[in-house]
Design a binder for this molecule. Structure first.
Ligand SMILES: [Fe+2]
Length: 327
């Protein structure tokens, strides 16, 4: 379903991953445009890494110094996002059509169940152009929403367990939808895991997560959108509690395993689904590819953004800002 007269951005396709969830890919109407965007990429400026909200002066100085020395901002900053300005598409005709594509993306609603497997997402734009596409969409959605925190294409960090696996979690960023496309898949390693939030509650209770901890998680789930609630949600499961080993095991065991290939991915509502990954050995990818294994875009669509805007007005009234409760 879409709220515009434009063709829907995604269309259902036949399942090709063996996973029992709806599959979707870019709708045929947009594919020639994606090919034209891909052909323009060599003329565009490089994708940037920017903070979606202004950093304090001392932090900016530290980032600038680190970039000068190493070419990198030094440590993972959770407000960082890949970004390619809307104006990077220099041709005004192409830019106008791409903005319609972004509008269709912004208005897209997931089918009931709030999860689809994405497939063949890089066929037209080009295998090497996943990053410019996601970074440009990030800028276009933030521009349409009029709010920098409405779309975050967070570079992947080095987080996860020692064996490279990642326990089932929700990101609980400010935006709620999670659109992930794989750029480099490692055979039989680092597969995605998905688990419905509804299933998690029962498994958590059976694994010994007490009611007050589950209530804290539910509160974080509702309040995420006001700020980044990653720790508040996930630390109730994994914060070194007596139940942590059992709940870690049980949630991973119950999850759907989604083996991913280049150009495949998943698109879920992060408040309705937990995600994780299977073991990914430290040497599975060369260091320079680690943050290019997948590209992810967390964003609010038009409907969710309207709700978020109302809440922002409330926070303004009570003297809180969207960033007011970040740690
Ligand atoms: Fe995550």
């Amino acid at each position: 379903m879409t709220l515009t007269s434009l063709p829907p951005v995604l269309t259902p396709v036949e399942a090709d991953t063996g996973v029992d969830l709806p599959h979707a890919s870019w709708a045929a109407e947009w594919r020639p445009l994606l090919r034209r965007f891909g052909a323009e990429v060599p003329k565009m400026k490089p994708v940037q890494r920017v903070s979606y909200e202004p950093l304090p002066l001392r932090m900016r100085a530290r980032v600038a110094w680190s970039k000068l020395k190493t070419g990198h901002e030094g440590r993972t900053l959770f407000t960082f996002t890949w970004h390619l300005p809307v104006s990077a598409v220099r041709d005004s005709g192409l830019r106008r059509e791409m903005l319609q594509f972004a509008e269709s993306f912004y208005n897209y609603e997931l089918p009931s169940g709030d999860a689809v497997i994405l497939t063949r997402m890089l066929d037209d734009v080009g295998l090497d152009n996943g990053l410019p596409l996601i970074a440009w969409l990030r800028a276009a959605v933030a521009q349409m929403a009029g709010e920098e925190s409405s779309a975050i294409a967070a570079p992947t960090g080095q987080s996860g367990a020692g064996d490279g696996s990642f326990s089932m979690h929700s990101d609980m960023w400010i935006p709620a939808l999670l659109f992930n496309v794989f750029n480099h898949a490692v055979p039989s390693q680092g597969a995605s895991l998905l688990l419905p939030m509804d299933d998690m509650w029962e498994i958590a209770a059976q694994s010994g997560v007490p009611e007050d901890a589950r209530q804290k998680m539910e509160a974080a789930r509702v309040e995420a959108g006001e700020c980044d609630y990653f720790s508040q949600f996930n630390n109730s499961l994994y914060g070194n509690h007596p139940w942590t080993p059992e709940v870690t095991r049980a949630l991973s065991a119950a999850a759907i395993e989604v083996p991913m290939a280049r150009g495949q991915g998943y698109f879920v509502n992060d408040r309705e689904w937990l995600h994780g990954r299977t073991v990914l050995k430290a040497d599975a990818l060369p260091a320079e590819l680690k943050e290019h294994r997948l590209y992810r875009l967390a964003y609010n669509n038009a409907r969710l953004d309207a709700g978020a805007t109302e809440r922002r007005v409330e926070w303004d009234l009570v003297g809180r800002t969207a960033a007011g409760c970040k740690t």
